[in-house]
Design a protein around this ligand. Structure first.
Ligand code: SF4
Length: 482
């Protein structure tokens, strides 16, 4: 039997999504900043490094956008005074996660752009795969970039096209002809709120309404938070323009046939909140199904099914329901580990995982445990959790993962490490099991991924290397992002 050694001293960074976007337009002209704040608060799980809000008064001058941005969580950046200074009935907000080195104030959003037709505020989630070419093209014609975010490229394109377009939505449409990759965008123009989703539908985006106020959000959970009613998802490829004169207008000229779409399946597995609905499918139900499929495909005799909090919990519940094995809570999760938490040094006895999670000895002692997690990236965290359960007295630990093995990078705005850092890179399932110290290991199969979401067209690129859109020739991950 091949022996493998896993360095359990390293802290494994979980995969991250990159950004949540939120936009509002109150046709009755009330201020929207405080509702945007609560919307961003509900989207905080999508990005914790910086955030911002930009608003304007649709009855005022076209070039007057008020904005405030900062590094940190929504409730760290904004207070009552800051919010009450932001007067305006139309606005957008953004919560951002970035890759290492890019977490700087200049890259925080929304981006506010003054140009000949007025002022635009843009918030964007995703990564363009042709960012290099577009930047080079724009730079050659005089554009000077002040950030390293794709959002600025998109903003420049819209501003340039707007000069020769009849409307801002036409400029957005022409921009979409140029940009390739993953994006959900919300734009506050002087008199219109515009939302656009890439033709593959990588990132979620939906529309809601509260009285006479229209809302656009990355996830439906944020609509619930502000008391708005869900109207519908923005279709992959659709441009939605919201204005008092015309209500909701839709341009579907960039939409693809359903079988060409490629929604990021990780939104369902891990990123999105379980209380969100994306494209008509409940995130929670998708996770329950994943757990049920694991129980059908990778059964094992055991005493208790437990989830690694939080995203492993629903899949663990599904496994328990399908198998008849009791579901239990095996971990206390310390919720006070924030962005500014000082990570233990590598040679310290404390580890970040132990600080965040502690097994409940009385639950696991003497038991055969099925431990469900959403994914294994580098494997360091999973390995530590298995050993913590064993130290707490678990007799056996059977690991089940509610996604297939990560084998390829993501170019669409998800921070997956380089291939050779992935535990599944050039390793068999048995190698990985040994590395984790688990008694058995089972992944969700590729076929089951589609079944989780009733055969919606999805992206499985990080599992298969086959992406809905060609990845860039040069690896630009972490260089230009949102
Ligand atoms: S490659 Fe993976 S993480 Fe990236 S968009 Fe596709 S499914 Fe999502």
């Amino acid at each position: 039997m091949k022996k493998c050694k896993l360095d359990l001293t390293l802290e494994a960074k979980p995969i991250h999504d990159e950004c949540g976007v939120f936009g509002m337009y109150d046709f009755d002209h009330g201020d929207v900043a405080s509702s945007i704040y609560y919307g961003l608060f509900a989207l905080q799980h999508r990005g914790q490094e910086s955030c911002g809000i930009a608003v304007s008064d649709t009855r005022g001058p076209k070039g007057n956008m008020l904005s405030y941005k900062g590094m940190g969580l929504v409730n760290e950046v904004f207070d009552n005074d800051r919010l009450s200074d932001l007067h305006g009935d139309i606005g957008v907000g953004h919560a951002r996660y970035s890759t290492a080195g890019e977490s700087i104030y200049a890259n925080s959003q929304p981006l506010v752009l003054n140009y000949v037709k007025g002022t635009l505020a843009l918030a964007h989630n995703g990564n363009l795969v042709n960012a290099n070419e577009l930047r080079a093209r724009l730079s050659e014609t005089g554009a000077i970039f002040q950030t390293t975010i794709d959002t600025e490229t998109i903003a420049y394109l819209i501003a340039r096209y707007r000069i020769h377009s009849a409307s801002v939505e036409e400029a957005v449409s022409r921009t979409i002809d140029d940009i390739k990759g993953a994006y959900s965008i919300v734009i506050a123009s002087p008199r219109k709120l515009i939302a656009a989703r890439d033709p593959f539908g990588f990132k979620p985006l939906c529309i809601g309404r509260r009285d006479n106020t229209y809302v656009v959000s990355s996830e439906s959970c944020a609509l619930d938070t502000i008391g708005a009613e869900f109207i519908r998802d923005v279709l992959p490829g659709e441009i939605v323009t919201i204005s008092p004169d015309a209500g909701i207008q839709s341009d579907t000229s960039h939409c693809l046939p359903e079988d060409k779409m490629g929604r990021c399946i990780f939104e369902y597995i891990y990123f999105s909140r379980p209380d969100s609905m994306i494209d008509g499918k409940s995130v929670y139900e998708a996770r329950i199904r994943a757990g049920r499929y694991l129980a059908q495909d990778s059964p094992v005799e055991a005493d208790l099914v437990v989830g690694v909090p939080e995203s492993g919990n629903a899949a663990a519940m599904g496994y328990a329901m399908e198998s008849g094995i009791p579901y239990g809570t095996a971990f206390y999760k310390n919720s006070y580990v924030g962005r500014t938490f000082i990570k233990p040094k590598q040679n310290a006895r404390e580890s970040s995982v132990r600080v965040k999670l502690n097994p409940i000895r009385s639950v696991v002692e003497g038991k055969r445990i099925i431990m469900i997690d959403d994914s294994i990236v580098r494997g360091t965290t999973s390995g530590q959790i298995v050993s913590m359960l064993k130290e707490a007295g678990a007799r056996e630990v059977h690991v089940r993962i509610s996604s297939p093995a990560f084998r390829y990078p993501c170019y669409f705005g998800i921070d997956v490490p380089a291939r050779d850092q992935l535990i599944a890179y050039r390793r068999t399932e048995e190698d990985i099991r040994q590395l984790l110290g688990a008694d058995s290991l089972g992944y969700l199969s590729l076929d089951r991924l589609s079944q989780m979401v009733d055969d919606l067209a999805i992206c499985k690129g990080c599992f298969t290397g086959d992406y809905p859109v060609d990845p860039p020739e040069e690896d630009i991950r972490g260089k230009f992002d949102a």
